[in-house]
Design a binder for this molecule. Structure first.
Ligand code: NAD
Length: 352
């Protein structure tokens, strides 16, 4: 086994614990700020208003217009509020969509960010921003994009609906599975990836039956932090490429697409790197793809792309787009193999 690696630790402050949202004002001040703009989606506006009230005079405004895929016109509307209020930091309360808006503001202004995640997507732990303009999603990576402070408070996640908890958890797990075989992996990223998978294996099936159990929610949020951190630390491959293609071109829902594709992309790559994916087989039992598929089925995850409104003709186009620009993957990629993999995911077949 090679012992050559590069390891760079994230400079972010991670604050983890039930009730830690109470410390948000302290963190605004620790960042030498005093004029926070709170961000949320329209759906989480009431929670964002409560957060703004908690911040009191440290809060200068609320923008509750975050939407999926960070459209540039929404960012521009939020930027107008930043200017008008003179905000000196942003506090993002929500899932990847709200975090994306905070990152888009930070990318343009270098304002510090505090993120309070309420899903398991993991965006809060990465220096990556995906934004859409004219129907195209472009990804940028920049140190300014990485949030300075993340407050993980499980008590804010008990209202995440069970179906979203399941797909969001599988979305996070996909970051960890790809991190295990990443070309630039290092011992810490591999430890974090396996630990993240274990945290979700232990918590998600129980959350389905007890969604308001805070210790279980804390386990899943711990998994989300680990999986998000490895997403930010090492390169992703086939799985993220296919999901990006499906979401970007066919507008399939983000977390559901990841949830359906994960067993198939993992099974495909396990043929070439069974040793690197051995932790997945150990944690989920049986084969890499079959173990992940059984786990997903057991927690009621969607299993078939056809249920997301895709047609078989879309699969031809998706296979074409996902293979037109070469990128690194542990197993060579060609269009017929990816088309076959997509067909299996379309039908919802269990990988071997
Ligand atoms: P989301 O943020 O769009 O949330 C979905 C819906 O659930 C929203 O209406 C939201 O308000 C609501 N919600 C969130 N938490 C809730 C809670 N606890 N209770 C009730 N409702 C809640 O979904 P997501 O899957 O977290 O994020 C998806 C987006 O994040 C995509 O645009 C994706 O590209 C991006 N993302 C980016 C990165 C990155 O590193 N750049 C990583 C992962 C995801």
């Amino acid at each position: 086994m090679s012992r050559n690696f590069l390891y760079s630790g994230s400079p972010a402050h991670i604050v983890f614990g039930e009730g830690r949202i109470a410390a948000v004002g302290e963190w605004v001040e620790k960042l030498n700020c005093g004029k926070a703009l709170v961000l949320s989606t329209p759906h989480q506006k009431a929670d964002a208003e409560a957060l703004a009230a908690r911040l009191g005079p440290l809060c200068v405004g609320l923008f509750a217009g975050a939407v999926m895929h960070t459209p540039v016109d929404v960012t521009e509307a939020a930027m107008a509020v930043v200017k008008q209020t003179g905000a000196d930091c942003v506090v993002s309360l929500g899932g990847g969509s709200t975090t994306g808006l905070g990152k888009a503001i930070a990318y343009r202004t270098d304002l510090p960010q505090i993120v309070i995640p309420t899903t398991y997507a993991g965006s809060e732990a990465t220096p990556i921003l995906g934004q859409t303009e004219g129907g195209r999603k472009m990804t940028v990576r920049d140190a300014k994009i990485l949030p300075e402070v993340v407050i993980y408070d499980a008590s804010l996640t008990t209202g995440l609906p069970v179906a979203m908890s399941v797909t969001s958890g599988l979305n996070a797990m996909a970051h960890a599975v790809e991190a295990l075989y990443a070309q630039d992996r290092n011992p810490i990223s591999s430890l974090m990836a396996a630990e993240g998978l274990r945290a979700f294996k232990a918590s998600l099936p129980k959350i389905v039956g007890s969604p308001t159990d805070i210790p279980l929610r804390a386990d899943a949020l711990y998994g989300a932090w680990l999986c998000g951190t490895v997403l930010g630390a090492v390169g992703m491959a086939l799985h993220h490429k296919i999901c990006h293609t499906l979401g970007g071109t066919f507008d399939t829902p983000h977390a559901e697409t990841h949830a359906i594709m994960l067993p198939h992309t993992a099974a495909y790559n396990a043929v070439s790197v069974p040793d690197l994916l051995a932790p997945v087989a150990d944690i989920f039992g049986g084969s890499v793809g079959g173990g992940l598929w059984d786990f997903a089925k057991g927690i009621g995850a969607p299993l078939a792309l056809k249920d997301l409104g895709l047609s078989e003709a879309d699969l031809d186009r998706a296979a074409e787009i996902a293979t037109e620009n070469p990128y690194w993957n542990p197993r060579p990629i060609d269009r017929p193999s990816i088309r076959a993999l997509l067909q299996d995911a379309f039908e919802g077949r269990r990988p071997a």
